[in-house]
Ligand binder design. Structure first.
Ligand SMILES: [Zn+2]
Length: 178
């Protein structure tokens, strides 16, 4: 029996906007100190109201346009509830059934890679583990940094194509949008 590799890629991209995805905290990836540039909205305090970053949405729509995606008339954000130490508020704002873009494609070496969806979601914090293995710390600095996520699923004639997709000049050109 001959097997055909079926490969799906989930690509996370950090967008270069001045502020984070749902609040006005600076989005400074050069910041070296942990747990700065955070606010009650980042921390999910009761009564706070996340407001979506308009520029981040524009970036996603531009990417969708470049990849020939459809843009539904209505899109929405959803709460993905789960527990993990880097997500102390207990949920992540993401997009589930109504993403900003869907059904696009990118052609790599004459192979059509289908883009199933592009959506926005907030990032989580990150865990810093002590070298002695006895303790872990949480850095929420990167919490709420907007993430553009592309899920592609396709039949590929060669697994090397997925590697080429990651290094593709077309993907590089897309990144210049941001
Ligand atoms: Zn904030």
């Amino acid at each position: 029996m001959e097997y055909i590799p079926t490969i799906g890629l989930e690509i996370h991209v950090e967008l270069k906007t001045k502020t984070k995805m749902f609040c006005n905290c600076p989005n400074d990836s050069d910041e070296k100190h942990p747990n700065v540039n955070i606010c009650p909205v980042c921390l999910g305090y009761p009564g706070t109201l996340p407001v979506a970053n308009k520029l981040a949405i524009e970036y996603v729509l531009k990417t969708g346009f470049a990849l020939g995606c459809e843009n539904p008339k209505i899109s929405k954000f959803d709460r993905k509830n789960y527990f993990y130490p880097d997500l102390p508020k207990g949920y992540q704002i993401s997009q589930y059934d109504m993403p900003l873009c869907q059904s696009g494609k990118i052609v790599i070496d004459k192979n059509k890679v289908r883009i199933r969806r592009i959506h926005l979601e907030e990032d989580t914090g990150r865990l810093l583990h002590a070298s002695d293995g006895k303790s872990s710390l949480i850095d929420l600095l990167f919490w709420f940094v907007r993430i553009l996520l592309m899920s592609a699923s396709c039949f590929l004639a060669s697994t090397s194509i997925s590697a080429r997709l990651m290094g593709s000049s077309k993907v590089d050109n897309l990144s210049k949008f941001f």
